[in-house]
Design a protein around this ligand. Structure first.
Ligand SMILES: Cc1ncc(COP(=O)(O)O)c(C=O)c1O
Length: 229
C-alpha cells in the first residue's frame, strides 16, 4: 500500500534509509530546504549581499511564523537562537525590590536557567520549580508564583522527556499573580497547535531547527508587551 504521505516523505532523503527520531535536536532536512540554502549561497557568490531580497525573505518568514502561532507579523522579531532571545528579554527587564522574582523550572533548557541566573547580579531572584517524576503539577504554579514574581519562564514541551504543559491554565494562575508569562516553544512549534492569544502568552520564543524542519541560526520572538518592542 502506498504511504498516504508518500509525496511529502519523498522530499526528505533521510527517510529512505532511516527512521528519524531526532527532531527534538535537529529535524529531518528536506530537499526544498537544502535547495534554498544552495540558492542563497550561490546568490552570495554571484552578486554579494542582496539586501532587498533578504528583507523580503525575513518578512515572509515572520508572516509564516506568525500564522503558525496565531499572531500578527508585526508581533514577531527574528533572532539567531532561542538562548539569544532569552538574553535579550532578560536584559530588558528591571528587577525592582518587591517585583524581582523569576520563576522557572528544573525541566527548562539549561541555557535558559543560566540566562536567568546571570540576572541575579542585577537584582533578580531566581526560583526553580522542582519537577516530580518528570512532570510539573499545575498546583506548583499556585505555590511558586507569588505577587513579587516579575516573570514566569517555562517550556511548552520539555526538551528531555516531551512533557507538555497546559499553558492556558498556567497563564490564568501566572497573570492572576501579576507575572508575565514567557513560553519556550522550541519543542512544540511545528509539532502541536499554538495560539498565543487563546493561550494568553505574553512572550514566546522558538527556533527553526526542530519540528519546523529548518536549520539552526534562525529563531523567532513573539510579544505584544510594549517594553520589548
Ligand atoms: C526547549 C529548548 N529551548 C532552548 C534551546 C536552545 O536553543 P538555541 O540553541 O537556539 O539557543 C533548545 C535547544 O535544543 C531547546 O530544546
Amino acid at each position: 500500500m502506498k504511504h498516504p504521505f508518500a509525496h511529502y516523505r519523498s522530499l526528505f532523503p533521510v527517510l529512505e534509509s532511516k527512521i528519524h527520531l531526532a527532531s527534538c535536536s535537529q529535524g529531518a532536512i528536506s530537499k526544498t530546504v537544502s535547495e534554498s540554502i544552495e540558492e542563497y549561497m550561490n546568490s552570495l557568490l554571484s552578486m554579494g549581499v542582496n539586501w532587498n531580497q533578504a528583507i523580503k525573505e525575513v518578512e515572509k518568514a515572520k508572516s509564516s511564523f506568525a500564522k503558525l502561532i496565531g499572531a500578527a507579523p508585526d508581533e514577531i522579531a527574528v533572532f539567531s537562537s532561542v538562548s539569544d532571545i532569552f538574553s535579550a528579554i532578560a536584559s530588558s527587564l528591571s528587577f525592582e525590590k518587591g517585583k524581582n522574582i523569576v520563576v522557572t523550572t528544573d525541566m527548562d533548557f539549561p541555557t535558559v536557567g543560566h540566562v536567568w541566573l546571570a540576572q541575579e547580579k542585577f537584582g533578580a531572584n531566581v526560583r526553580f520549580i522542582p519537577s516530580q517524576q518528570g512532570v510539573i503539577p499545575l498546583e506548583y504554579y499556585e505555590r511558586y508564583v507569588t505577587s513579587d514574581t516579575l516573570i514566569t519562564s517555562i517550556s511548552h514541551i520539555g526538551y528531555h522527556n516531551g512533557f507538555k504543559q497546559d499553558i492556558q491554565a498556567i497563564a490564568e494562575i501566572v497573570h492572576r499573580k501579576g507575572s508575565l508569562l514567557l513560553v519556550d516553544a522550541y519543542q512544540s512549534a511545528g509539532q502541536v497547535p499554538i495560539d498565543v492569544k487563546k493561550m494568553d502568552i505574553d512572550i514566546l520564543a522558538a527556533g527553526t531547527r526542530k519540528y519546523i524542519l529548518g536549520i539552526p541560526g534562525i529563531s523567532f520572538l513573539y510579544t505584544v508587551d510594549e517594553q520589548f518592542l
